[in-house]
Unconditional design. Structure first.
Ligand SMILES: C[S@@+](CC[C@H](N)C(=O)[O-])C[C@H]1O[C@@H](n2cnc3c(N)ncnc32)[C@H](O)[C@@H]1O
Length: 300
């Protein structure tokens, strides 16, 4: 059984407690249901609506939440469609939570192709191979031009060696044929960077390229912009939006969306500065190290 340790769970719940007796809370990134289970325990009269674009996650969350079944409605959908999903419910939510990025289930399943640490087919689609999300990571790596690849690595991975790596990948595929597996991509990246550069990079040399491809394949930044907008529109007056992000590209979008909402008088920031996990949490769960939580309360 795959485990995903929920990040900043205590802080997420505290933020939701800004609403008195919530009728409905939406977990827009249900994942393995870690937040959802705690929400159902802490708010015993609340309906939980869970959304995820990953079918595998949905079926595991459904099993986990079976004892709460009469208070749980689950939808397999990207959160950019949150307004449409919620139009199937009869009420407006009092809280909406986003816990961005990938789950441990996705990262630790080699056949999903998200991880540079496991060998598997280079896929990375959160919807799975049967989804409609367009290109897999392999299609991008094998068919995009050197310039297009460099732009993706720079824009979505902030990889300073983006050009060198793109050149290396194109050379690698010309010489060896299509790159089909995660470890082949790692090899192509390593072969484009001299050893001293790799040592200077701090962290795995493939980390940022894998992040960039994952964001591009799943259109994650546009999803986030649309998801936040849909959440604000769907939320009940006085309701709260809580977002946990894991890298600066995500956090920037959340920060400016909430600032904009405040400027246009939609409500107030509950977090002037983002909350960060405690040292104790980071010690126990390395994935939490980059987390930032921002929360906003819609006006009555
Ligand atoms: C970090 S995990 C959430 C973990 C969850 N909070 C828990 O405690 O188990 C993120 C989840 O969000 C989903 N996800 C990411 N982007 C999404 C999107 N645009 N629409 C719907 N689900 C998305 C992923 O499939 C993944 O299952």
């Amino acid at each position: 059984m795959v485990e995903h340790i929920p990040v900043m769970l205590k802080e997420v719940i505290e933020s939701l407690k800004n609403v008195e007796s919530p009728q409905m809370i939406v977990d827009a990134t249900l994942g393995l249901g870690g937040y959802a289970e705690e929400i159902l325990n802490v708010f015993p009269a609340t309906l939980l609506v869970g959304i995820d674009r990953d079918e595998q996650a949905i079926s595991l969350a459904q099993k986990r939440l079976v004892s709460f079944a009469e208070r749980v409605h689950i939808y397999n959908s990207p959160f950019s469609a949150i307004a449409m999903v919620l139009s199937k419910e009869n009420a407006e939510p009092d809280g909406i939570v986003f816990d961005l990025g990938v789950s441990n289930l996705q990262l630790s399943s080699p056949e999903r192709g998200f991880s540079f640490q496991n060998d598997g087919p280079l896929d990375m689609r959160m919807e799975g191979t049967s989804g409609e999300s367009g290109y897999s990571a392999a299609q991008i790596v094998n068919t995009f031009s050197e310039k297009e690849l460099a732009d993706i690595f720079w824009k979505y991975g902030e990889e300073r060696y983006s050009r060198r790596i793109a050149t290396g990948i194109v050379r690698f595929r010309e010489k060896n044929g299509p790159i089909q597996r995660t470890f082949q991509l790692v090899e192509a990246i390593r072969s484009s960077l001299p050893a001293p550069v790799q040592r200077k990079m701090g962290g795995h040399p493939a980390r940022k390229v894998f992040q960039a491809l994952r964001i591009f394949v799943n259109d994650e930044l546009q999803e986030l912009e649309k998801g936040l907008q849909g959440a604000l529109e769907s939320l009940a007056p006085g309701g709260v939006i809580v977002v946990v992000s894991y890298h600066s590209l995500e956090d920037r979008i959340v920060k400016y969306a909430m600032k904009d909402w405040k400027t246009s008088d939609h409500g107030d920031l509950l977090t002037r500065r983002p909350l960060k996990p405690s040292e104790e949490e980071v010690e126990k769960n390395y994935k939490a190290r980059s987390a930032k939580l921002r929360a906003f309360r819609k006006k009555y």
